[in-house]
Design a protein around this ligand. Structure first.
Ligand SMILES: Cc1cc2nc3c(=O)[nH]c(=O)nc-3n(C[C@H](O)[C@H](O)[C@H](O)COP(=O)(O)O)c2cc1C
Length: 209
């Protein structure tokens, strides 16, 4: 059974560009995959603790030696890791805030990057364990980052490609809306929907690494 993990991280609520587009993606994906399951997670409504001494201590303790307190420290991460391992397709809404990802999305990443679960260091070589996954990132920003010198200020796309690549996701696509003017944003959203139509029409679920 196909599983779509739908994550939102915009702090703009109903005024969000990325939320409109991830919802559009999830709706069409579900229509195309009637037996499929959509797991929707709004990071603004998720318990995302920061990395703490309890968390790091527990993270490097073998499973059979974990205390109850350590198990508790890992519980939010365990749930998020399960979701990301279970799903085969990811639609992530990750707007640009201050040239980077929203703070809640960074907290999310710190919870899902787990040695022995989402990556391994077997034989001293890092290996991503998120295999045969497809990631579509919907991002939005006010300025245009396609050319220098703004291109070097974009820490969203390079970072997400690096971290999810590290975790083993080879198939990554970005859908981007740029601009501040309401008409430009509205036209950008329509264009982005057509991009999503094309991505979904390509039958992404069947792809393998
Ligand atoms: C806190 C905050 C920081 C922002 N930082 C940037 C930025 O660094 N560069 C940029 O081009 N746009 C920036 N913007 C504009 C947003 O990227 C733009 O509003 C976009 O629509 C956000 O996506 P969303 O509507 O899904 O939240 C920022 C907006 C907010 C609210």
């Amino acid at each position: 059974m196909s599983k779509l993990l739908h994550i939102d991280s915009s702090g703009k609520g109903n005024a969000s560009t990325t939320r409109v587009l991830t919802e559009y993606f999830a709706k069409i994906w579900k229509a195309n995959n009637r037996d499929g399951v959509v797991i929707s997670r709004d990071l603004l409504a998720t318990d995302l603790p920061p990395v703490t001494p309890e968390f790091t201590g527990a993270m490097f303790t073998p499973a059979d030696g974990l205390t109850d307190a350590q198990k508790q420290a890992l519980a939010p991460s365990d749930e998020l890791v399960r979701e990301v391992l279970d799903a085969d397709t990811y639609i992530f809404g990750v707007p640009m805030y201050n040239f980077s990802v929203p703070g809640v999305f960074k907290l999310y990443i710190d919870q899902i990057v787990r040695a022995g679960k989402t990556f391994s260091y077997a034989n001293g070589i890092p290996e991503g364990l998120l295999r045969n996954k497809k990631l579509i990132v919907v991002t939005a920003h006010g300025a245009d980052y396609t050319t220098s010198p703004m291109k070097e200020m974009d820490f969203v796309e390079p970072y997400l490609r690096a971290i999810f690549g590290f975790l083993g996701v080879k198939n990554i696509e970005f859908v981007t809306v740029a601009g501040r003017d309401p008409q430009v944003v509205s036209d950008g959203i329509e264009l982005a929907k057509r991009r999503i139509d094309v991505i979904l029409a390509a039958g992404i679920v069947a792809q393998r690494d």
